[in-house]
Each structure stands twice: as structure tokens, then as C-alpha cells.
Design a protein around this ligand. Structure first.
Ligand code: MG
Length: 250
């Protein structure tokens, strides 16, 4: 199993700076989206640190790692990034309290995937035309959805929708949610910041992700649709297509 990917980020139509960050390392099979927060551009520092530190730790993974080993290594990587951001915030008064979301996808050549999640960036999987959200947001509105007090759509449109219950770098340790599963040829993964998923319904995301066109074109259409819907926040999109090894060679 191998994969193709594209990654793109846009400032949106309201914000002056882009505090999202991403890394897409096809060779290592490691893809990360981070959405930073904190005043005076500190959010940008936090998200940049996350996308630098996490792949550094993953790059040294042995070729034939098991899912258990990848889960362990991803936990260590996110822990390292958390400490680095937290300590930087302590040492620099203008960055105290900065933090970031992180959604990290690791694909294994054997056909498995592992996802690490903190915050409200998201991972989705389009399989057989059906879009499924793989991660759960760490937000107050999500807690209300889980208790049946809000619908997902009410949560998406809520004025405090992006208030996080968990973030990377805001405390000395952080709890990471880990997910794993089997990937197969034809699968299309999406990692995105809330500048995309807050502006578009899952239905709208699915309609674009099912379209024909190159991954570049699809990423551009997703960003364009989020901007057309208001572009209230920075928009980051990573698309990864899983393909048979022979298909990639053509
Ligand atoms: Mg955001």
C-alpha cells in the first residue's frame, strides 16, 4: 500500500495572519495539521512547533513498525511537542498560554493507520463514497452534543464552537486520543482545521471530496468553498489517497 497527498493552507477572509500549520511527509507516511491559538502571533509559534517536533520523532520509526509501536511513538511525539510549547510559553511572557490543536495521521505500508488527536482539528475518511469523521473534537460544544443537548449542526454554528477543553502546550502534560484502523486502496483521508469544518457541513465536504479531479484541485475547491461560506478562520486541508503500490508506479 502506498499513498498520494496534497496539503494547502489559506488565511481565510477575516483573519490577518495564518496561525494554522501543517506537515505532509509522504515518505514517512506522516501528516499533521495544527491550529494555533494565543495573542501576538503566539499561536503561530505553537502550531509551527507542533508540526516540527512531531514528525522529527516519527521519522526514526523503523520501516516495519506495528500499530502498537506507532501508537506509542505518536504519544511520545505529541508529549515532546506539548512540553516544548509549554516551556517556550513559560520562558517568553508574550507567549504564555499559547497552545495548538493537533491532528496527526500515520500510514503504515502494511495497510494500517494511526491517528493522534488533541483539540478541534479533524480527521475524516471517505470510503465507498461515504464520509466518516474519525476523530472527536475536544470542545465544550462537543460535550453538549455527547449529552444530547445540542445537535452537531447547532454545535458547528455555535458562537463558542471553538472553545477547547484540551489543547497542546497549555499545561505540562496533555491527554492524547489515539485511533487506529485498516486503510485500503481507494480510501481518501482528510485532515482539516476548523476553518474548513466550521464553514462547511459534512455533507458539503463529502460532495467536494467525491468529485473528479486531482487532489490539488479538490483541496483548492474545499478552500474556495470555505471562503465562499465566509472564510471566518484560517483554512488548512491535507488530502491523502491510499493507492495500490502498482497503481502508484504508473
Ligand atoms: Mg481555527
Amino acid at each position: 500500500m502506498t499513498w498520494r497527498h496534497v496539503a494547502a493552507s489559506d488565511v481565510g477572509r477575516v483573519r490577518e495572519q495564518n496561525e494554522d500549520a501543517f506537515v505532509a511527509d509522504g515518505e514517512a507516511g506522516a501528516f499533521v495539521v495544527a491550529d494555533g491559538m494565543g495573542g501576538h502571533a503566539a499561536g503561530e509559534v505553537a502550531s509551527e512547533m507542533a508540526v516540527r517536533v512531531i514528525p522529527d520523532t516519527l521519522r526514526s520509526l523503523p520501516m516495519r513498525s506495528t500499530v502498537a509501536e506507532v501508537r506509542q511513538r505518536l504519544s511520545e511525539a505529541v508529549g515532546s511537542a506539548n512540553r516544548a510549547i509549554f516551556e517556550d510559553g513559560l520562558e517568553n511572557a508574550d507567549r504564555t498560554g499559547m497552545g495548538t490543536t493537533v491532528t496527526a495521521l500515520v500510514l503504515l505500508p502494511g495497510g494500517s493507520y494511526v491517528i493522534g488527536q488533541v483539540g478541534d482539528s479533524r480527521a475524516y475518511l471517505l470510503r465507498d463514497g461515504m464520509l466518516r469523521q474519525l476523530t472527536e473534537d475536544h470542545t465544550y460544544v462537543q460535550q453538549l452534543v455527547n449529552r444530547g443537548r445540542l445537535t452537531s449542526e447547532q454545535a458547528r454554528l455555535h458562537p463558542r464552537s471553538s472553545l477547547l477543553t484540551r489543547a497542546l502546550g497549555t499545561d505540562h502534560s496533555v491527554a492524547l486520543d489515539l485511533y487506529d484502523g485498516e486503510a485500503r486502496a481507494g480510501d481518501r483521508f482528510l485532515l482539516a482545521s476548523d476553518g474548513l469544518t466550521g464553514m462547511l457541513t459534512d455533507q458539503e465536504l463529502a460532495e467536494i471530496m467525491r468529485q473528479r479531479g486531482s487532489l490539488d484541485e479538490l483541496a483548492a475547491r474545499l478552500i474556495e468553498a470555505a471562503n465562499s461560506a465566509g472564510g471566518n478562520d484560517n483554512i488548512t486541508v491535507v488530502l491523502v489517497d491510499v493507492v495500490e503500490a502498482a497503481e502508484e508506479a504508473d
